[in-house]
Design a protein around this ligand. Structure first.
Ligand code: ADP
Length: 249
């Protein structure tokens, strides 16, 4: 039987910032429908890898493949159109705009990039319906007309997640989706990730090891711009190098 293409992959990716090598010859492939967590100490290259996969950074060498297609030269919005969504470590919503306005603008910007506004007018109604569906998915249907800035931090994170869903991506890249979420909201945020991952491939950066170990199908451990190890949460817990180098016990 034919082997399905990975949902997303990188091959031999190197990223140099001047003399500094942030990623060194990294190759990774993720099968459709899996949730993988990227862990490792600060400076390991996790965000740089997400940025390479999403197109925010062009690698110095190597390729990025989305569903088997080489997208290395595609800009972020072009990748978004081919089924890639991402969130950022910092919340990128507009606090004075309502939840609806944020989602509608997000849907438009992610689908159309910097093309002129009129290109989207035809699809205005579709954008609105898409925005409503996303709000529903992330549990913000009742807050559609509230200013985003009035939401709790957990709700703002939910909105940020909703923004990534506006293009109905097959692959989701989440950079610390729980950053700044208070203790009392963690369970709800994790449940939300479990919900949005359905039918998608998800790669996320997360520092909360309890969360990582409970939601991941696999864990990828990076250090110093290279892969240290990769496996199931149980395998990573049992790996002496991972324990010594990262899990800190
Ligand atoms: P992580 O997400 O694992 O904490 P990053 O990918 O953010 O790591 O960073 C990896 C390394 O690359 C760090 O040492 C960081 O300082 C460096 N780095 C990241 N972006 C840039 C940049 N634009 N210019 C120079 N150095 C950078």
């Amino acid at each position: 039987t034919a082997v399905a293409s990975p949902a997303i992959a990188c091959e031999g990716v190197t990223v140099a910032f001047g003399d500094f090598v942030a990623l060194r010859n990294v190759s990774l492939a993720f099968a459709p429908g899996r949730l993988a967590a990227l862990i490792g100490p600060n400076g390991a290259g996790k965000t740089t890898l997400i940025n390479v996969l999403s197109g925010q950074i062009r690698p110095t060498a190597g390729r990025v493949l989305l569903g088997g297609r080489d997208v290395t030269r595609l800009a972020p919005h072009a990748r978004a159109r081919t089924g890639l969504g991402r969130s950022f470590q910092i919340v990128t919503i507009f606090p004075e705009m309502t939840v609806m306005e944020n989602l509608r603008l997000g849907a438009q910007a992610r689908a159309f990039g910097l093309q002129p506004f009129w290109r989207a007018v035809d699809g205005w109604r579709a954008l609105r319906e898409r925005a409503e569906a996303c709000a529903e998915t992330v549990g913000l249907a009742a807050k559609l007309h509230s200013p985003a800035g009035s939401l709790s931090h957990g709700e703002q994170r939910a909105l940020e997640l909703g923004l990534t869903l506006t293009t109905d991506p097959a692959v989701l890249l989440l950079d610390e989706p729980l950053a700044g979420v208070g203790h009392s909201e963690i369970d709800r945020s994790v449940a939300l990730i479990e919900r949005v991952r359905q039918g998608r491939t998800v790669l996320l950066i997360e520092h909360n090891m309890d969360v990582v170990m409970s939601i991941s199908d696999e864990v990828v451990v990076m250090t110093g711009g290279e892969l240290l190890a990769r496996g199931t949460p149980a395998e990573m817990r049992a790996d002496a190098r991972v324990r010594a180098g990262y899990l800190g016990d």
